[in-house]
Design a protein around this ligand. Structure first.
Ligand SMILES: [Zn+2]
Length: 180
């Protein structure tokens, strides 16, 4: 056991270095999807979920016979903090006091007491938005549009979010609003 390992390239040594340099993350920011997702356009041309019956932006009815096209939908919504700052929801967004910037997520720094380093994440999956608690100390809660009660967001799975839903975390609040 006391013999030093043969150096890479030395006779009898391994062909690969014993310890490879740690690979850097491939991308610090999410790479935009190269391909679109299936969509139907409303009479005003806004892209929508092919299963939607009315436009998410202008609320006009969508013709069931409208053709399905592949496109990139742009932001599905905005995360509007109670201080007025808004963040477009185009890719997974990690929110917290000090969210990591090497996770491949978009990040949003929100200061405040009772806010964890990474508090929650808003997830973008095709036409769907979800939210997941990221192991926060004080929890993440949501109030559905038109409802009054708060329900706790689980840590182990994503729950669907929709325009008009509110998020409560620490002493801060955010609202999911329509994209501009
Ligand atoms: Zn529309």
């Amino acid at each position: 056991m006391s013999d030093p390992a043969p150096r890479p390239g030395a006779p009898g040594g391994p062909s690969e270095p014993a310890s490879r340099p740690r690979s850097r993350p491939l991308a610090l920011r999410p790479v935009p999807a190269l391909h679109g997702i299936p969509a139907k356009r409303c009479p005003d041309g806004h892209p929508n979920d092919p299963e939607a019956t009315e436009c998410r932006l202008c609320e006009r009815p969508i013709d069931v016979a409208a053709s399905v096209v592949d496109l990139r939908p742009g932001p599905l919504g905005r995360l509007l903090l109670e201080d007025g700052t808004a963040t477009a929801l185009v890719a997974d967004l990690a929110v917290g006091r000090c969210p990591p910037d090497d996770s491949g997520n978009e990040t949003l720094v929100v200061a405040g007491r009772q806010i964890s380093r990474v508090h929650f994440a808003v997830e973008v999956r095709g036409w769907r938005l979800g939210i997941r608690d990221r192991g926060s100390t004080n929890g993440t809660f949501i109030t559905r549009r038109g409802e009054r009660g708060r329900r706790r967001v689980p840590e182990d799975r994503s729950v669907p979010m929709a325009i008009g839903d509110a998020i409560h975390f620490g002493a801060r609040q955010a609202l999911i609003v329509r994209p501009e």
